[in-house]
Ligand binder design. Structure first.
Ligand code: SF4
Length: 368
């Protein structure tokens, strides 16, 4: 495995819409116990890791620990692995935690930041139950990160939030462009079961037509700002695509450590317990074992989330297999081409713009 994901399961306060595993208000003692166990797990798994091409600290909020502990986390992980020259090292971050001191630490150990913003507008953040509701910390956080020498900064935005108009969404996008970020992920709000948001508002997603207009608008405004769409929900300036995520979409292997983290070794996928206490006590991960044929289809489908899709030879290199020789898959692909959802020939297969927007339809037809 050449890609490592570390799940830091701590947040200041849970956002109402969030279904990721994290706990709020954790003590320093608990954070230190998490790091001790992480170190043990890393040592146990070093045999799985080759030189690391991408390292990703996700969460939760990786930037929440006190600055000295934050530095210790980076040092501990980096001491256990061998990084490839030019490796991408990402940390997720929340603007409220990016003081000048933490930004300096990030500048020392990582070369890419993915910052959770969701919206610049207080009212929308309130509907989402995003904490804090005020967006005032975003600009100083960006300033601190730039001062610390970070040159590859991305943010996440959410759209299709109840009550949001197209004009308001355009304004969020323009503010993101003005902020000068290199990468942007834009996700339509999809209420997740059992979250405080779903309990308060139900599971109904926004009006399809409005959500579609917003998706198209994102591509137009971000392209004007120099960021092109390269995956359904991801946009980047040239050469600033998220390598860690591209690896996942292209069927690459990865090791995930920390509660709720997922690993994939090319055949099996397994997920650590989404429960810090159970994970600290050594509860085993859950295994997702499916047939090789189903796994190959799954990898192929994931690749069709990207604008470039698959070249015949890249799919063979990633999987050691040739889906173009699978008569049933070929029949479905021709069908999808007839529906205008993909472009498909003997050398490559990629989604059309409609196919990207309706990727679920492609996935439903191809899944085994
Ligand atoms: S959205 Fe991010 S900051 Fe909010 S609870 Fe989830 S992981 Fe934490």
């Amino acid at each position: 495995m050449e890609n490592l994901y570390i799940h830091v399961p701590f947040c200041q306060k849970k956002c109402d819409y969030c279904a990721f595993y994290s706990i709020e208000n954790s003590s320093r003692d608990l954070q230190e116990r998490w790091l001790e166990k992480l170190k043990v797990d890393l040592e146990k798994n070093t045999h799985r890791l080759q030189q690391v091409k991408t390292l990703y600290f996700g969460g939760g909020t990786p930037t929440i620990p006190d600055p000295d502990l934050l530095e210790k986390i980076f040092r501990t992980v980096l001491a256990e692995i061998h990084l490839m020259p030019g490796a991408e090292i990402t940390s997720e971050a929340n603007p409220e935690t990016i003081t000048a001191e933490r930004a300096d630490i990030l500048g020392k150990y990582v070369n890419r930041i993915s910052m959770g913003v969701q919206s610049f507008r207080e009212e929308k953040r309130k509907v989402l139950g995003r904490h804090p509701v005020s967006a005032e910390k975003i600009f100083p956080a960006m300033k601190n990160l730039c001062k610390a020498g970070l040159k590859n900064i991305g943010i996440d935005l959410m759209y299709a939030v109840p009550g949001e108009t197209l004009a308001q969404w355009e304004d969020d996008l323009k503010q993101a462009v003005d902020l000068g970020v290199e990468h942007l992920s834009a996700y339509a709000l999809t209420p997740e079961e059992n979250t405080p948001y779903a309990i308060a508002h139900g599971l109904k997603a926004a009006d399809d037509d409005l959500a579609s207009d917003m998706w198209h608008t994102a591509a137009n405004i971000l392209a004007e700002g120099g960021m092109e769409r390269y995956e359904i929900s991801n946009y980047a300036k040239k050469d600033h695509e998220a390598e860690h995520n591209c690896n996942v979409w292209s069927g690459g292997t990865y090791l995930g450590l920390g509660p709720s983290a997922t690993s994939f070794d090319g055949t099996d996928r397994w997920t650590e317990q989404a429960d810090l206490t159970a994970w600290l006590n050594g509860a085993p991960p859950e295994w997702d074992r499916i047939s090789r044929a189903a796994r190959l289809r799954e990898i192929f489908i994931m690749g069709l989330r990207t604008v470039n899709g698959w070249k015949k030879e890249t799919f063979s290199a990633a999987t050691g297999c040739d889906i173009w020789c699978d008569a049933e898959a070929e029949r479905i692909l021709k069908n999808l081409q007839g529906q205008g959802l993909i472009r498909f020939d003997t050398a490559k297969c990629c989604p059309t713009k409609t196919g990207l927007e309706f990727w679920n339809t492609i996935a439903e037809q191809l899944i085994l």
